[in-house]
Design a protein around this ligand. Structure first.
Ligand SMILES: Cc1ncc(COP(=O)(O)OP(=O)(O)O)c(N)n1
Ligand SMILES: Cc1nc(C(=O)O)sc1CCOP(=O)(O)O
Ligand SMILES: [Mg+2]
Length: 201
């Protein structure tokens, strides 16, 4: 499947309301530490906003809520995958993205026949503690050869100066959090990402 080359990840529907109208076409709602009612409300808001702006919404982690709220794409990590009911996700017609960080995880992910595979962290990330060292650009090429024709998402420490490198190495989409959400001007940075990924759109 074709993914937009700019993959924004945010932790609230408020961010989606702020940034998606600028032209974002692929966004992940990645919320940690909220109760079920709060999560459901955020997913509902995000869904309405994304439908209005023809943006693909991907729900991180919360696959049960994604099914109940009729979402059409979820992202799961390897631990999430172990706990998930893949047949239920499939029967609900939900597309699936999976995280990978090493060769064993890659084989597990491929066996689940996902719609995309993410590789990270490409560069050091400040968003969360990770037990893997930065993968580097060469790993992207290696992953691409193994996963094609499945789409490959690069994540971790990305910024506009690193876009050429990740796409040149074979990524189909670049996922980003703090370069935008911690930026002094998130709107301007979002526009910059959209412009600088145009060549791969
Ligand atoms: C596009 C994308 N890639 C990787 C991740 C990380 O997923 P996971 O390993 O489950 O970690 P959390 O994001 O849930 O902390 C992702 N969310 N999106
Ligand atoms: C959520 C996440 N998952 C990763 C992985 O490697 O699986 S790296 C990462 C953080 C990405 O944030 P930033 O763009 O701010 O570095
Ligand atoms: Mg997860």
């Amino acid at each position: 499947m074709k993914l937009d080359p700019f993959y924004l990840i945010v932790d609230s529907a408020a961010w989606i309301e702020r940034l998606v109208p600028l032209g974002v076409k692929l966004v992940q709602l990645r919320i940690k530490d909220q109760d079920e009612a709060g999560l459901r409300a955020e997913i509902r808001k995000a869904k309405v906003l994304c439908a209005r702006h023809r943006c693909q919404l991907i729900v991180n982690d919360h696959w049960r809520l994604a099914i109940e709220e009729c979402c059409d794409f979820v992202h799961l990590g390897q631990e999430d995958l172990q706990a998930a009911d893949l047949p239920r996700i499939r029967v609900a017609g939900i597309r699936l993205g999976l995280s990978t960080h090493d060769h064993a995880e890659l084989e597990t992910a491929l066996a689940a026949r996902p719609d995309y595979i993410a590789l990270g962290p490409i560069y050091p990330t400040i968003l969360k503690q990770m037990k893997w060292s930065p993968q580097g650009l060469e790993r992207i090429g290696e992953w691409k050869r193994r996963v094609a024709p499945i789409a490959l998402v690069a994540i971790g420490g990305l910024n506009p100066g690193r876009i050429e490198g990740v796409f040149g190495a074979g990524a189909d989409s670049a996922a980003v959090v703090t370069d935008i959400t911690l930026n002094a001007d998130p709107e301007a940075r979002t526009r910059e990402w959209i412009e600088r990924t145009e060549r791969w759109r």
